[in-house]
Design a protein around this ligand. Structure first.
Ligand code: KG4
Ligand code: ZN
Length: 474
């Protein structure tokens, strides 16, 4: 967690500061800094304070006085996050920011350059016998364009995403019509089609963006979870681009991608509760910051999307089942009695019981020679399936007091579900963030959005990156 320092933090900051500079306590009157509005001390803490950033402000500029992260917490992007926190929450863009840094501290210089600082002057022998560079921030962070690739299932998609929030170009080529002939995704066909189409999808995306691969700052790719063969096509393609164009490679978890679909347009607020609802996953996750996940509950058997697809198949609707159930349900009523699902006080979900009871009901009625009202059954199923989600969300909102909710994953395209989730959020005065429809189902823009915090942390993947078929978010 990052926050502004309070008076009771003074002794902790001094203790850390002494490690940075032997006369830190004499140089900086921290208590005064905190009391005086012209100074801002921002700290990071888990259980104990592990880092701080000290900034002074005068009429026309800021001076970044000191930044320190204790050894154990280095290389986790904490320094970056502290600077980002300042820039996002306090920085007045009319003012310059200056700092001094030892000329041999290349790690720090690189960090400052990442945030738009440039060396404008050298002070010879400023630090005993070492020179100091004076750096000035000349621009608000250089734009970062990430070329992102998603091939985990049956969509070949490539995007270019700017600064993790703005989609410069996006191409999604779906194989849905081909797989519909088989009633579901055929993995072998999916990977072959990715191979055939991926170069064309890249070309189209670059054309839309009026960019070349050499213009982007990094290559991101989904590495898990998904169909192995499909994932591998994207991964190998990404590796070749990364190698040939000498761009860092970033690996992104598909589910994290679904969450970060909400970041497009910059709508993700922390702390939040995230409901991840897709063909393979049903998870309730608490997020306290970028890439800070805590799993509250997950499905004990089937995923919600899987249940939608299976029920659709049983009542004779074409693939993909989810959208077709939703459409049919609009014409029906909730008349069939279906079992209310897992009600054990936990945040976990279960969908296999509901799925089986629909299958049994259909079989029994067929045996008796009775017609099934498909629209009513679709409506009854959807109502029960969504109630399972909203009950758990209700409980989590009550128990955590969190006021932001996001939904992510293919099933979040369901309008009935969106309405019901909104009702629960309203009850607790919580704000609901929904991805735009186009970013709900699989797409590469969400992968680019999720790659951006990793880019800032320089959390890059090696060229031996492999695919993983299963993976949770945390
Ligand atoms: O996230 P996604 O595109 O792929 C996975 O990562 O699984 O989600 C696909 C799932 C499928 O089960 C599909 O039937 C479901 O999302 N889905 C829907 C709707 N649109 C897609 N389920 C219910 N209502 C919808 N409108
Ligand atoms: Zn997905």
């Amino acid at each position: 967690m990052i926050r502004v320092a309070k008076l009771e933090d003074v002794s902790d900051i001094l203790e850390l500061g002494q490690k940075l500079l032997s006369n830190f306590d004499k140089t900086y009157d921290i208590a005064n800094y905190i009391k005086n509005d012209n100074y801002i001390a921002i700290i990071s803490e888990e259980k104990k304070i592990n880092a701080f950033l000290l900034i002074s402000e005068n009429a026309s500029s800021y001076e970044l006085e000191a930044i320190y992260v204790i050894d154990k917490y280095r290389h986790q992007g904490i320094a970056s996050n502290l600077i980002k926190y300042f820039l996002t929450n306090y920085y007045d863009k009319q003012k310059d920011i200056f700092l001094e840094v030892r000329s041999d501290n290349t790690e720090a210089i690189k960090l400052y350059q990442k945030f738009g600082f440039e060396i404008i002057n050298t002070r010879p022998k400023y630090y005993q016998n070492k020179d100091a560079y004076v750096m000035k921030r000349v621009e608000y962070m250089k734009d970062v364009n990430i070329l992102s690739i998603e091939t985990s299932c049956d969509e070949t998609s490539i995007a270019i995403v700017k600064n993790g929030v703005e989609v410069v170009a996006l191409t999604i080529l779906t194989q849905m019509d081909t797989h519909a002939n088989f009633g579901g995704v055929v993995p072998e066909i999916a990977s072959r089609m990715h191979t055939e189409n991926i170069t064309m999808v890249l070309e189209e995306t670059l054309n839309k963006a009026h960019m070349k691969v050499s213009d982007v700052d990094a290559i991101a790719v989904t590495y898990a979870p998904g169909l192995l063969g499909s994932l591998l096509v994207g991964i190998e393609f990404a590796k070749v681009l990364s190698y040939v164009y000498d761009k860092p490679l970033i690996k992104v978890n598909h589910l994290v991608g679904h969450i970060y679909a909400n970041k497009i347009g910059d709508h993700l607020k922390f702390p939040c509760l995230a409901l991840i609802i897709s063909g393979g996953h049903t998870e309730l996750v608490k997020m306290t910051g970028d890439y800070e996940f805590e799993m509250l509950g997950e499905t004990q058997d089937d995923a919600i999307g899987e249940a939608f697809d299976k029920v659709a198949r049983v009542i004779g609707l074409p693939y993909p089942g989810g959208p077709n159930i939703e459409k049919l349900a609009r014409e029906g009523e909730d008349t069939y009695k279906l079992p209310n699902v897992l009600n054990d006080g936990s945040y976990n979900f279960s969908y296999s019981g509901l799925k089986s009871s629909v299958i049994n009901l259909v079989n029994k009625e067929r045996q008796k020679g009775n017609e099934i009202n498909k629209a009513d059954l679709a409506c009854s199923f959807q109502t029960t399936a969504v109630k399972e989600l909203t009950q758990k969300l209700d409980l989590a909102l009550k128990e955590t007091g969190i006021k932001n909710v996001i939904i992510a994953g293919g099933v979040s395209a369901n309008k009935y579900l969106r309405g019901k989730v909104k009702e629960v959020c309203d009850k607790f005065d919580a704000e609901l963030t929904l991805p735009e429809f186009i970013y709900c189902t699989d797409n590469a823009a969400m992968i680019g959005a999720a790659a951006y915090p990793l880019y800032l942390k320089e959390d890059f993947a090696d060229l031996d990156l492999n695919a993983k078929s299963t993976s949770n978010i945390c």
